[in-house]
Design a protein around this ligand. Structure first.
Ligand code: HEM
Length: 278
């Protein structure tokens, strides 16, 4: 399994927004879980529904630009290689380039990718791939502005919306950004689709408690000026964390407010997670 990401260890990244600069060369991950996650992605892209990949008509040009960027990036990176009409991934699987652009994007990279275009008064979600949602559904969010996308997130309009809108407006092609979201879940299930009206705790299949991190990057596409938001999800059993990281995670979890606790599944699940880290 991949070394876990540990944003909870640093007060600057433990709480949202926790955004910092991204080294462009480090945009895409090839973590230890690459092959396993890509196999799961490939299976979803055999017959993708609108909760795996979808686009509005205004999302088509940004999607085409993202695909071009991805092909260029992977060609330069050295861990992917072009062979005829396909790209060979780091796990040696060939991805044919004659599939739909969103399918090629979703099968080439470990990250999910969401595309947003400027709207009034906020950026709008217009296309994306989403194999590993953390309790949300792509088709339900498509076409909505950022604050509305975040409707279930407590405190978003008051504390995050204005900062994130400014960040989007100011994002420069040459200066991408990143942040890491983190949670403690009673599951290692990567794909957790939930609609807003049916939001509930994450499933508990009895495989123990896991740290779930989402490494999120924000890049501006130069032609369409769309913003691409990529998410690399990593799940790590809490028993695999060092004593220092377990203690840091417990402290950060203990600091959640009532709104965050309720949004992320409720008090019983929060208490059980704290106990699992004790
Ligand atoms: C850098 C800026 C961003 C920050 C600080 C941020 C912050 C957050 C936070 C704190 C949550 C709650 C996560 C949790 O439950 O653990 C969240 C959820 C979410 N975010 Fe963001 N976000 C950002 C950008 C975006 C973008 C660009 C999208 C694009 C669509 C997005 C889509 C979502 C969705 C769909 C959810 C789940 C909402 C739900 O519960 O239904 N976020 N975000």
């Amino acid at each position: 399994m991949s070394a876990p990401y540990t944003p909870f260890m640093d007060p600057r990244t433990a709480r949202p927004p926790g955004v910092g600069p991204l080294d462009r060369a480090a945009w895409l991950c090839v973590d230890d879980d690459f092959a396993a996650q890509m196999a799961e992605r490939d299976a979803l892209f055999e017959a993708p529904d609108d909760d795996v990949a979808c686009a509005l008509p205004e999302g088509e040009a940004p999607t085409a630009e993202l695909l071009a960027l991805l092909l260029d990036w992977t060609a330069r990176d050295g861990r992917w290689r072009r062979e005829g009409g396909a790209v060979i991934r780091p796990d040696s699987v060939a991805v044919p380039l004659d599939a739909s652009p969103l399918t090629v994007i979703g099968r080439l990279m470990q990250e999910d990718a969401l595309l947003l275009i400027p709207g009034e008064p906020e950026y709008l979600l217009v296309a994306g791939t989403l194999c590993f949602p953390q309790r949300w559904a792509l088709s339900e969010k498509l076409g909505r502005p950022l604050t509305d996308v975040h409707r279930p997130v407590p405190g978003y309009p008051e504390t995050l919306a204005a900062r994130i809108n400014r960040m989007f407006a100011a994002l420069r092609v040459e200066a991408p950004l990143m942040r890491i979201n983190w949670l403690v879940h009673p599951t290692d299930t990567l794909r957790i689709v939930q609609r807003e009206a049916q939001k509930g705790p994450p499933p508990d299949p009895g495989r123990g408690w896991h740290l779930r991190t989402e490494r999120q990057c924000l890049l501006r596409l130069p032609q369409t000026r769309a913003v691409v938001f990529t998410i690399k999800t990593t799940v790590t059993h809490v028993d695999r964390l060092s004593a220092e990281h377990r203690a840091g995670l417990r402290d950060a979890l203990a600091g959640w407010g009532p709104g965050e606790i309720a949004h992320r599944g409720g008090v019983p699940i929060w208490r059980a997670a704290l106990d699992a880290l004790a």
